[in-house]
Design a protein around this ligand. Structure first.
Ligand code: ADP
Ligand code: MG
Length: 613
């Protein structure tokens, strides 16, 4: 045993301040001290590996490069030992007594900016070594530097302002940190508890971590390996492990970047969209790592909202570096990461859409709704997202889709706008009266089947300088078609529309001859510019104001249809019957428009009409 008596040292003022916050804040995630100490151990082993390259003489050279964690629930202690570079007495003073290092410094700075109450910052930044004092009555660091000529040391502190250092014989190389737990933190000395924590934060640390003699980290940090060395099964296994998933990933993007930030990312699109199954809103869950150590499992702002379906890992070495740089705050850095990753992922989808059409379409069927959400709400990425949208149309086969760009290539010279119709499905849109006028003029119409589509189309507004226009909108003007034989004359048509207006009264705001009907006798257009039929239906479903406002529509009639010609004859010869027919025509048009609120009066009327047959 060494005869030198312990030497007492005061912590630097900033460290005292830091310790005070760490010890007294009621911070719930106390467990992050494990992450901090294990990452220090890993750093130290990394340093040793480098030292071994240049130095011939290394103390205790035969030791494995590993980390051993032991718990003792009787004694309420935790020991974390590494066989890394260790510390000399001077290094102990320098590293554990003063605030020279990155994490803690940035923490204090951020704390100064946000006010002292924000203990949540500890988790984000990590206060490094000092986080041990959240759970410890006393911390002892037994260490021996890799330099053989230096003696072993014991550093001791209860975190209350001072620490002691004494020489200590018989130490192995590296550092052995012994934590005497506070009474209310005794649970950390349970093997299962420590296992859980190590698995959460340190699963990908490259050096073996043994807990009470058993290896805990067996999965590799796949994202840091080179792509062409990784087997498909390894990716799948990693995905299942990391995302706690049971399915196989549908798509995968593995990339690295050096500028403007050092990023290694491995992102997965799951097989299924669980939101679609009616489950709760997906939580952002791409985890943020810094050199294989978990910083945040669910960082909120790492990706835009609409990418919340992604799983995987983003690792940036720049994280602690940039955080410590005086001018840069955590938030700005996350924003930068967000920008780079989102851009890269959009590029990836673009390539998928181009090179693997079927697989992209399958992806789109499942996750397209997120792209629509982004196109409608994320102004920054709107343009890229709109290009990724796909729709069936009047020119595609059922189940086949087109992009807006392809639609535009098919537009005739005179066509100025992109037309779409919202309806529950293809059959409903095709059998409705709205499409025929467009078909007759060879104008392509996109088909939208989802409730959000109308909202999305309204927000997107235009593509490639062309306005997105609802084909059932009252303002749509279509070119003249040659008048077919046998239509009602213009003056007869006028008489009929006037009579209809009078007969239908309050239910219609306008009745006119239509340029968009070919076969159907009539169609209804919502007179309310600000509320489309779909929107009205949605409001009704949600029980919102507006869904119940009295409905007035514009009725457009087809002077070529046999029904109208017959009605023109009857309106003078049998006015009472003609009135019933007129009401029925309006109801039929409302049904096609999805606007008929109550079908009961219609039934009585139909019986009346049937009596007269
Ligand atoms: P950081 O890891 O951000 O530098 P810490 O508070 O975690 O901050 O650690 C402070 C310093 O103490 C480290 O930079 C390192 O020099 C030293 N240190 C901590 N743990 C060990 C260890 N297990 N082995 C060797 N040195 C260590
Ligand atoms: Mg550290």
């Amino acid at each position: 045993m060494s005869t030198v008596t312990p030497q007492k040292f005061e912590f630097q003022a900033e460290i005292k301040q830091l310790l005070d916050i760490v010890i007294h804040s009621l911070y719930t995630e106390k467990e992050i001290f494990v992450r901090e100490l294990v990452s220090n151990a890993s750093d130290s082993l990394e340093k040793l590996r480098h030292t071994q390259i240049t130095e011939k003489e290394i103390f205790d050279d035969k030791l494995e490069l590993e980390i051993n964690v032991t718990t003792d629930d009787k004694a309420k202690t935790i020991t974390i030992q590494d066989f890394g570079v260790g510390m000399t007495q001077a290094e102990l003073v320098e590293n554990l007594g003063t605030i020279a290092h990155s994490g803690s410094k940035a923490f204090l700075k951020a704390l100064g900016e946000s006010g002292t109450k924000n203990a949540g910052l500890i988790g984000q930044f990590g206060v490094g070594f000092y986080s041990a004092f959240m759970v410890a009555k006393q911390v002892r660091v037994y260490t021996h530097s890799w330099r053989a000529s230096e003696p072993g040391q014991l550093w001791t502190s209860d975190g209350s302002g001072s620490y002691e250092i004494e020489e200590s014989d018989g130490q192995r190389r590296g550092a052995k940190i012994v934590i005497e737990l506070k009474d209310d933190c005794a649970e950390f000395a349970q093997d299962w508890k420590m296992k859980e924590i190590l698995e959460r934060y340190s699963a990908f640390v490259s050096f073996p971590i043994n807990l009470n003699g058993k290896r805990v980290n067996t999965v590799q940090a796949l994202w840091l390996r080179s792509k062409n060395e990784i087997k498909e099964e390894e990716y799948t296994e990693f995905y299942k492990f990391q995302a706690h998933a049971y399915d196989e990933p549908r798509l995968r993007l593995h990339f690295s970047a050096d500028a403007p930030l050092a990023i290694n990312a491995l992102l997965f699109v799951p097989k299924e969209n669980t939101e679609k199954l009616g489950l709760a809103r997906t939580e952002a869950s791409v985890a943020l790592y810094c050199r294989k150590v978990l910083i945040d499992a669910k960082p909120k702002d790492l990706l835009p909202e609409w990418l919340r379906f992604l799983k995987g890992v983003v690792d940036s070495e720049d994280l602690p570096l940039n955080i410590s740089r005086e001018t840069m705050q955590d938030k700005a850095l996350i924003e930068k990461l967000n920008k780079v990753i989102t851009k890269r992922f959009l590029k990836f989808l673009e390539d998928e859409a181009k090179n693997r059409v079927d697989s992209y379409n399958e992806f789109y069927r499942e996750f397209g709704v997120f792209l629509k959400e982004g196109a409608a709400l994320d102004f920054t990425h709107k343009d890229a997202l709109v290009k990724l949208l796909r729709f069936e149309s009047s020119l595609t086969d059922k189940g086949k889709t087109t992009s807006l760009a392809d639609y535009v290539t098919r537009m005739g010279a005179d066509q100025k706008e992109i037309y779409y119709l919202v309806g529950p499905n293809r059959a409903a849109i095709e059998s409705g009266p709205y499409l025929e006028g467009f078909k007759a003029r060879s104008l392509e119409v996109l088909f939208c089947y989802e409730a959000v589509d109308e909202y999305v189309m309204n927000n997107v507004r235009e593509f490639d300088g062309k306005k997105l226009t609802a084909a059932d909108h009252a303002d749509v003007k279509l070119s003249d078609l040659p008048k077919p034989e046998g239509a009602l004359s213009e003056s007869d048509t006028k008489t009929l529309t006037q009579w209809l207006k009078e007969t239908l009264g309050e239910r219609v705001s306008e009745v006119k001859a239509s340029d968009r009907l070919v076969d159907s006798p009539a169609l209804a257009l919502n007179a309310d510019k600000f509320m489309s039929p779909q929107m009205r239906r949605m409001m009704k479903a949600m029980n919102k104001d507006g869904g119940d406002s009295p409905l007035r529509v514009n009725l457009e009639i087809n002077p070529r249809s046999a029904v109208m010609k017959r009605l023109f004859e009857t309106h003078t010869s049998a006015p009472e019957k003609a009135r019933l027919v007129a009401e029925q025509i309006l109801d039929n048009a409302l049904i096609s428009a999805g606007l008929l609120d109550d079908a009961t009066p219609m039934v009585a009327r139909l019986y009346k009409l049937l009596e007269s047959v």
